[in-house]
Design a binder for this molecule. Structure first.
Ligand code: DAH
Length: 361
């Protein structure tokens, strides 16, 4: 084969490579040129029967064609592979900004209590708290005794607490009356430093316009070697600002009493009522939103922690109360009535997940 014939063959092959439209077409071209019986391979086989003086230059010329074809094949393969990936991605594309199609997904709503729980979790997770959990049915020890709640305390009375029948061990389990027993579970299971929140359901024998037998709380607990009231104040202030999405909040810490903290405080936030609207952080009205304090040494002793080495603070917040405040739902009982019209009005779209970066509400 003359040099010009070789050039023609090369040009022809490069042309077929360039016009291959998919990977399998390109593979056919490769086999036809470089495969065992391919056209370039056949030229190589001729070498053996050539006079030695021609062999060298012919061999080099054919090899140059082979190299050029291999390179063109590889370049084309990469281009086609990229195009195939791009086409696949384009075919599977989902526009998440499109409105949800009519149907159950468009109808469904997230309950304000779930939404607010998500918001609270997001805020405290951002401050480095982890989430702890405990069961709704608690032991008397975790719910009362370990929390320094004395036998004669009103919270223990039958008309305030849902008791179960006496078990084989003589203990009467309770539907937990607060999320505070999760403090005990956490301290029994893990060593300090501890920084947890525990959201969940709690139960009390109580029912009127502002009380339901089941409601929701979120508990906070921090235990370390140098924890003081200043830390507690800062955490609560940051939490309120983030939750109500305001740059400043007015807060009032009032001395109070809880058996499991010493000193104990109740916290009010300032608000103003403008027409039907409640404005948080301004005005001169006060609303109680949580209880808190430094963990009582007796509680630390109950879980075998050395109260000389460790201290900490705890707080308990009513979630439903916060939801009512933030989203202006006036009647607590409606939260649990299961009325779909109410949920449609006060509920949240399933895809509007609260994040600190994207906005909580
Ligand atoms: N457990 C209390 C209640 O249900 C709320 C509470 C107050 C929790 C003070 C705390 C705390 O952790 O420090 O009324």
């Amino acid at each position: 084969m003359s040099a010009s014939e070789l050039d023609t063959l090369k040009a022809e092959l490069l042309e077929t490579i360039a016009s291959a439209s998919d990977l399998s077409g390109l593979e056919e071209v490769r086999v036809g040129a470089l495969g065992k019986k391919g056209r370039v391979s056949a030229l190589m086989q001729r070498l053996g029967s050539m006079p030695p003086e021609e062999r060298k230059s012919y061999g080099q010329a054919v090899n140059a064609v082979k190299v050029a074809i291999s390179e063109a094949l590889e370049a084309k393969r990469a281009t086609l592979a990229r195009a195939a990936t791009a086409a696949k991605l384009a075919g599977e594309r989902v526009d998440v900004t499109l409105p949800v199609r009519e149907g159950p997904l468009a109808e469904g709503r997230i309950h304000p209590v779930s939404q607010v729980t998500e918001e609270l979790t997001e805020i405290f997770a951002d401050m480095g708290f982890s989430i702890a959990e405990g069961p709704d049915i608690e032991t008397d020890f975790n719910n009362f005794t370990a929390l320094n709640i004395p036998p004669e305390h009103p919270a223990r009375q039958d008309h305030d607490t849902f008791y179960f029948g006496e078990g084989a061990d003589g203990d009467r389990p309770v539907l937990r009356t607060h999320t505070s027993p999760v403090q005990i579970r956490t301290m029994l299971a893990h060593k300090p430093p501890l920084r947890i929140i525990a959201p969940g359901r709690v139960y009390r024998c109580d029912s009127d316009q502002t009380h339901t037998p089941m409601f929701h709380q979120i508990e906070g607990l921090v235990i370390d070697e140098e924890t003081h009231l200043g830390h507690l104040k800062w955490v609560l202030e940051e939490f309120c600002k983030a939750f109500f999405e305001v740059p400043e909040v007015k807060m009032r810490f009032r001395a109070s009493h809880f058996p499991f903290t010493e000193p104990s405080m109740e916290v009010d936030i300032g608000y103003a009522k403008v027409g039907d609207e409640i404005r948080i952080g301004e005005g001169d009205q006060w609303l109680e939103i949580l209880g808190c304090g430094m963990v009582h040494p007796n509680v630390l002793h109950a879980v075998d922690l050395d109260s000389k080495k460790y201290q900490g603070f705890a707080f308990g917040v009513g979630i439903d109360r916060l939801a009512m405040l933030k989203y202006g739902a006036p009647d607590l009982r409606a939260f649990f009535a299961g009325d779909l019209r109410w949920l449609k009005h006060y509920g949240f779209l399933p895809l509007s997940v609260p994040t600190l970066a994207g906005g909580l509400s």
